[in-house]
Design a protein around this ligand. Structure first.
Ligand code: COI
Length: 358
């Protein structure tokens, strides 16, 4: 099924931000996509309108009980001016999982990708092409029915906005500079049976306390440990985490607490293609510390749409600080970043058939 949407163009286009000083998520493009859902009627009235405030009642369910999910994707401009998305159907699949978990209405993948593609096509002049920049795409589904009873709503909005972005972390070197990560042993992100595997707003709101604590300790982010034993490594901030010990690359398995990242899946597939030993298995923080001490911990890095690959230079535990490798950018992290960002921007051949032209 193909979808078409009404388009109402802005009469007052905004000035585009300077690509040399672009931050993450501060500037928004001229238009947004919006579509409504009503029980009995389904998704309807999909349209592109000028970007601007929403008209929501204070009683809208999303403000009270958090029936809300979001996605993160990026559009890139290639050297010859083509516009590309990266594996959009994987995001579309995750939208379904998140909506299902939150008792929100399903969005069919073709509808999701058509909406993203239509908006990105209209905003193509907003896609920066300076190294390390891209157009961040933020889809969102919220329950906007004004009702204070705790139950799944009967009315929702599906919104997509776009933001031209630079590096996610404000580290001195920008893009690929090593971060310091605090190993959080008090707060937890997700438990089995909860919503850790879904991209829902509450996961992020609930993480801020630990993030603030990490900042106080001079770190950019936290490394989450499992919620039961506070022992096994899970995610780094809002990203998936990878540990290179000897010649094995290890990341936490998808057992219900880990967000199934598109970048995570792509890292695993690339490593397999390169003949590198990659395991999805539980790894204790004690084994990470032991490997750091005996020199077998070669690299730690995070993967996500926003930061792509983010190398970790230091892991701070409550009683000790571990320097990873020489504290700089690891060889594998650099190779993965160059390959992924290269494929995304068209500088590296897309042998995996991951890019999708708009
Ligand atoms: C990502 O790494 O893509 C994220 O999920 C970060 C985002 C919440 C800003």
């Amino acid at each position: 099924m193909s979808y078409t949407f009404d388009i109402q163009r802005t009469l007052t286009p905004k000035e585009k931000p300077d690509p040399d000083t672009l931050k993450f998520g501060r500037a928004f493009t001229d238009h947004m996509f919006i579509m409504e859902y009503e029980t009995g009627k389904g998704w309807h009235n999909g349209r592109i309108v000028p970007y601007g405030p929403l008209n929501l009642e204070p009683a809208a369910a999303v403000f009270h009980y958090g029936q809300s999910m979001f996605e993160g994707m990026k559009a890139y401009k290639t050297a010859d001016g083509k516009v590309q998305l990266f594996r959009p159907y994987m995001n579309a699949a995750r939208v379904r999982t998140s909506n299902e978990r939150m008792c929100m209405p399903d969005i069919e993948p073709e509808l999701y990708v058509s909406a993203v593609r239509t908006l990105v096509d209209i905003e193509r002049d907003w896609i920066p092409d300076k190294a390390g920049t891209s157009l961040y795409i933020r889809p969102l589904v919220i329950a906007d029915e004004p009702f204070l009873g705790v139950q799944a709503a009967d009315h929702y909005l599906f919104i997509i906005m776009c933001s031209p972005v630079g590096p996610y972390y404000d580290t001195p070197g920008g893009g690929l500079s090593p971060t310091s990560i605090y190993v959080e042993d008090e707060y937890v992100r997700a438990a089995v049976g909860g919503v850790g595997f879904a991209k829902v707003s509450g996961n992020y709101g609930g993480s801020l306390k630990a993030q603030a604590k990490a900042k106080e300790k001079g770190c950019e982010q936290v490394l989450w440990l499992d919620a039961v034993e506070h022992k096994y490594v899970e995610e780094i901030g809002t990203s998936n985490a990878f540990f290179v010990i000897n010649d094995e690359v290890i990341t936490a398995p998808l057992l219900g607490t880990i967000l199934p990242g598109v970048t995570r899946a792509s890292v695993i597939e690339l490593l397999q293609k390169w003949g590198i030993n990659v395991s999805e298995r539980r790894l204790s923080i004690d084994d990470v510390a032991k490997a750091a001490h005996d020199g077998s911990l070669k690299e730690v890095f995070a993967s996500g749409t926003a930061a792509v690959i983010s190398p970790v230079g230091k892991l701070m535990l409550s009683d000790t600080t571990l320097t990873i490798g020489d504290g700089g950018v690891g060889e594998l992290a650099l190779r993965l970043y160059d390959t992924l960002y290269g494929i995304q921007t068209g500088a590296v051949a897309d042998e995996m058939d991951w890019v999708f032209e708009v």
